[in-house]
Design a protein around this ligand. Sequence first.
Ligand code: ADP
Length: 186
Amino acid sequence: MAPRIVVLGRQGAGKGTQCARLVAEFGIVHVSTGDMLRAAVAAGTPLGQQAEAIMKAGGLVSDDIMNGIVAERLAEADVMEQGVLLDGFPRTSGQADALAAILDDQGVELDAAINIDVAIEEVTARMMARGREDDTEEAIAERLSLYEAQTAPLLEWFAGRGKLVVIDGLGEEDEVFARVREALGI
Ligand code: ADP
């Protein structure tokens, strides 16, 4: 059965790294909305042109746009067959509602929402060190404050549905991965 897993956590918590490990080990499809948007920017598509300035400033692309992109991606054959790790979505309550509706329409259930938990001071230091193009100090601060305001409340949303699993994201990559596997029972 194809698992459907939401991966939550502050920017810099290691979501991308842990998703890559899950992909390599279990062949689940990694759907990162950040990667999709960066690809659109690089390709200069209409979506990319719209998203570029918003991303540079650390803001959020509108729910309407994001919900449409994700609904299309989740309907593709690889996701239906191998399952999905949703990374970077949902980020707002509107996106969480949209995800529930998409899965409902497909007649499938979310297996779990895992929160890779790392404190703000630690993720800020990690992001400053990795030096991605949109990782300026101002943009990092903006993204983290949006996360606290808009995305952190989703932890309660998933908890209320019995889906939330919190994982300590401090420590070696291997240690965190072992915790992820244990939490998912895989
Ligand atoms: P980070 O986790 O560091 O914010 P991401 O790769 O997840 O990096 O996202 C990069 C940027 O793409 C975000 O700052 C935001 O502008 C945009 N983005 C990604 N996912 C979403 C989403 N679900 N809703 C709105 N904007 C998004």
